[in-house]
Design a binder for this molecule. Structure first.
Ligand code: HEM
Length: 143
C-alpha cells in the first residue's frame, strides 16, 4: 500500500531577529554604566588601588563615559566609541603608560569586584565577562 506522507518542513536557519549579543543579554548600556561607575568608585576610594588611581587623570568623568561605551562595542553592542575613536585600540590607548603586574592586578581585581557588586544577569555570562576582562588586564602587566 502506498502511504502518502506530508513533505517535511524545509530546514532553514533563516531568522528574522539577530541573536542577542552579550551586551543585550547583560542589560545593555545601563549595566555597562553601572559596572564602570562602581569600578571607578572603588578605584577612587580603596587605597588598594592607589597606584592605579594615580595613573588616571584627576577627573574621572571622561573615563566614566568612555569605558562603558568601549565595553558596549567590545561586548557586541553599539560601536559608538569605536566610530568616535577610529584606529584607537588597546595597545595605542595604553602605550603612554607603564603597566606593571601589580597595577594590572589592581585593575583586574577592581573590575571583578565591580561586576560582582552590580551582579548582572545571567550569572554565568557575568562570570564570563569578569574573567575575560580580568584576563585581558592581567595580560597587559609587564615587569
Ligand atoms: C591592565 C591595567 C590597566 C591600566 C593600568 C589602565 C590604565 C589606563 C589609563 C591610565 C587610561 C587613561 C585614563 C585617563 O586619561 O584618565 C586608560 C584609558 C583607557 N583604558 Fe585602560 N588600563 C588598564 C586596562 C584596561 C582594560 C583591560 C581595558 C578594556 C577592557 C581598558 C580600557 C581603556 C579605555 C577604553 C580607555 C580610554 C577611554 C576613553 O578615553 O574613552 N583599560 N587606561
Amino acid at each position: 500500500m502506498h502511504v502518502q506522507s506530508e513533505a517535511p518542513p524545509p530546514v532553514t536557519n533563516e531568522t528574522t531577529t539577530k541573536p542577542a549579543t552579550p551586551f543585550d543579554r547583560l542589560g545593555g548600556h545601563a549595566t555597562m554604566e553601572a559596572i564602570c561607575n562602581r569600578f571607578y568608585d572603588l578605584m577612587d576610594s580603596d587605597p588598594a588601588y592607589a597606584e592605579l588611581r594615580a595613573m588616571h587623570a584627576a577627573d574621572l568623568a571622561p573615563m566614566r563615559k568612555g569605558l562603558p561605551l568601549f565595553l558596549a562595542g567590545w561586548a557586541g553592542g553599539p560601536r559608538d566609541w569605536f566610530e568616535a575613536n577610529p584606529g584607537r585600540c588597546m595597545m595605542s590607548l595604553h602605550a603612554p603608560f607603564t603597566i606593571n603586574r601589580a597595577v594590572a592586578g589592581q585593575w583586574a581585581e577592581a573590575m571583578q569586584r565591580a561586576i560582582a557588586d552590580v551582579s548582572p544577569e545571567p550569572p554565568e555570562l557575568a562570570r564570563g565577562l569578569s574573567k575575560a576582562l580580568s584576563d585581558l588586564a592581567l595580560s597587559m602587566g609587564r615587569d
